[in-house]
Write a protein that binds this ligand. Structure first.
Ligand code: SOE
Length: 384
């Protein structure tokens, strides 16, 4: 591969650090990005754990302080895989220092932070420096195919959207209190952690924005054992969020994000009904897209099961022979690949920080509405 490699410095080494590491590595091993990534430096306050990740995935170096990483001349991109309370500070410092940024979702913990990040991204853009947010599910091939068909107009005018993100890893009341359950670290609970994904997917797929919401949130288990074993601590975020929304094109939408959907592990379920057809997807059967052509003869009408494993489908040509199917981790590889190509071609990668800010405004409106007896709450700045 000609040209200089893009030297990546990643902050964080836990679940998302692992997912991103294999993304960078496999973008290089399986595909032909226009610039090769180099897994240059991994950063973590616990350098022993960061070092273990470096050993497993081939990161060249380990540092303990993200400021040191951002100050380095030899790093081109900062990949932020830390809890939400650190995103704004790291991303703004990195962009101002001329580094491209990939930031995990949700973009921030508050609208004010997300606005500051979007402004920093705008400033950086004029210098050819790019920022993107890790709404990775956009890169699941069946979802990318749904996006293509929606944008081609195959569904017609969208009337209804049903979006759910269902998990059950907190149903056990004895599960320990982690950072994801504390507002000061995570911003919100199921809402920001997994609800953010479905808000992004709905806005991305339909090309419309959520213009207002009426919401309910609930915290079912209000105290949980501390990981240290030393007593209990307060859960200060939601366990579940349910809300109604309107889209700028006139469709009605329902959203549900919960960690208490017993038996559902990672069920991102989307259904979009339009004047010309319908699309449905469930991540628990992630290589499948359901498609109904409402213009077909009534005798042949009904949802068809499209198996999205062929080289003609988005992202599939770079992987296995036809029919072999992909998993959770592949979307992180596609994310790395798309970002590398966008940087090589000097164009804004998607989703931008401005799109991340749009999701943040919906998250905020849901919290405002839920705190005020589900009052209808418009989203400021949404395209009506
Ligand atoms: C939460 O359980 C979580 O890990 C999210 O943080 C991720 O964004 C989601 O993809 C999987 O679930």
């Amino acid at each position: 591969m000609p040209g200089k490699a893009l030297r990546v410095g990643m902050v964080g080494y836990a679940f998302m650090g692992v997912a991103h590491s294999q993304g960078w590595r496999n973008a290089r091993s399986f595909h032909n990005p226009l610039i090769e990534p180099e897994l240059a430096v991994v950063c973590g306050r616990d350098t022993a754990k960061a070092g273990e990740l470096a050993r497993r995935f081939g990161w060249g170096e380990v540092v303990g302080d993200w400021r040191e990483l951002v100050a380095r001349e030899d790093i081109d991109l900062i990949d932020i895989c830390t809890p939400g309370d650190t995103h704004a500070e790291i991303a703004i410092a990195a962009l101002d220092a001329g580094k491209h940024v990939l930031c995990e979702k949700p973009l921030a913990n508050t609208v004010a932070e997300a606005e500051a990040m979007a402004e920093a991204a705008e400033r950086a853009l004029s210098r050819g420096v790019y920022a993107t947010v890790g709404f990775t599910y956009r890169r699941v091939p069946a979802i990318a195919l749904a996006a293509k068909w929606l944008w081609e107009g195959r569904v017609g005018c969208v009337r209804h959207v049903r979006a759910q993100y269902l998990q059950d890893w907190l149903t056990d009341a004895d599960a320990p209190l982690s950072w994801r359950l504390r507002k000061e670290k995570a911003g919100s609970g199921a809402l920001g952690d997994i609800g953010a994904h479905i808000i992004d997917l709905v806005q991305h797929l339909t090309g419309e924005s959520v213009t207002g919401v009426s919401a309910m949130t609930e915290t079912f288990v209000r105290q949980r054992p501390l990981a240290s074993g030393d007593g209990f601590g307060e859960v200060t975020v939601d366990d579940a969020a349910v809300f109604l929304g309107r889209l700028s094109g006139g469709a009605l939408a329902t959203f549900e994000a919960t960690r208490f959907a017993t038996g559902r592990k990672n069920a991102i379920r989307l259904e979009i009904n339009g004047t010309e057809g319908g699309l449905a997807f469930d991540f628990e059967d992630m290589n499948v897209l359901w498609w109904h052509d409402a213009t077909a003869e009534p005798a042949e009408a009904g949802y068809r099961r499209i198996v999205v494993t062929e080289p003609e489908h988005p992202y599939l040509a770079g992987w296995w022979p036809p029919g072999h199917g992909l998993g959770y981790e592949h979307a992180f590889t596609h994310q790395a690949l798309d970002l590398l190509d966008a940087i090589a071609q000097a164009r804004q990668p998607a989703p931008s920080f401005t799109e991340g800010l749009g999701v943040q405004r919906v998250l905020d409106a849901v919290q405002v509405s839920a705190a005020d007896e589900s009052r209808w709450t418009p989203i400021p700045g949404s395209r009506v």
